[in-house]
Design a protein around this ligand. Structure first.
Ligand SMILES: [Zn+2]
Ligand SMILES: [Zn+2]
Length: 207
């Protein structure tokens, strides 16, 4: 290789050229393209940086949204628990119970104790917040929030009649209906709020 030849050598790809002009052509033809390519490569790199920022902002946004959603979800759950009609409410089971109280319930018609069956408020896949697990007369009030339930709501779930003038098909036009809570006569009937450990007795005597 002579010095003359070296003079027209492309520094980038080590190709030799016959003249400076040829090298110039070569440079503008090959290496200006390379330059463009380099730029083209650099651009996505800066684009990538921007994407990283967008990604980070999105992640932070999602986390914030997740927290807000989680909190509002809890609020919604509580709202649901507080406001849902008892006949539509499904507590699903015995997990996450914030409320779990019991009452002893007894119904006597003309001296005969009436059966309060097991599984009132319970059917496959459904557990209402007021239910029975056996026929002992124990009412279970359970749910994901603390909320008042009434004896009338228990009867709604049972599908039987109960109010101040009626128990089942027995009405006060043909008899006397009385209710006792912990041994004390009570006139709230279907509106009685169920309180833990209450002993509730409904008694009907035909005329
Ligand atoms: Zn229970
Ligand atoms: Zn239960």
């Amino acid at each position: 290789m002579t010095d003359e030849e070296k003079k027209f050598r492309c520094e980038k790809c080590q190709r030799d050229f016959a003249s400076e002009e040829a090298l110039g052509h070569h440079n503008s033809a090959k290496h200006s393209e390379t330059k463009k390519k380099e730029e083209a490569v650099r651009k996505p790199a800066s684009g990538k940086k921007a994407r990283n920022w967008i990604f980070l902002i999105l992640v932070l946004g999602l986390i914030t949204a997740g927290v807000v959603w989680g909190v509002s979800g809890t609020v919604k759950e509580d709202e649901y628990c507080q406001n849902q009609p008892v006949t539509d409410m499904n507590i699903g089971g015995h997990t996450n119970l914030k409320n779990h109280i019991h009452q002893e319930f007894e119904i006597i018609i003309d001296g005969v104790e009436q059966e309060i069956p097991a599984d009132i408020g319970i059917s496959p896949g459904i557990m209402r917040p007021i239910h029975t697990h056996d026929a002992s007369g124990e009412i279970h009030v359970e749910g994901p929030c603390v909320r008042d339930f009434t004896l009338g709501e228990f009867f709604d779930l049972w599908g039987r009649e109960f109010n101040s003038t009626q128990i089942f098909d027995k009405t006060t036009s043909n008899g006397t209906l009385k209710m006792y809570v912990n041994g004390v006569e009570n006139s709230e009937f279907e509106n009685l709020v169920l309180i833990d450990d209450d002993e509730i007795k409904v008694e009907y005597v035909s005329n």
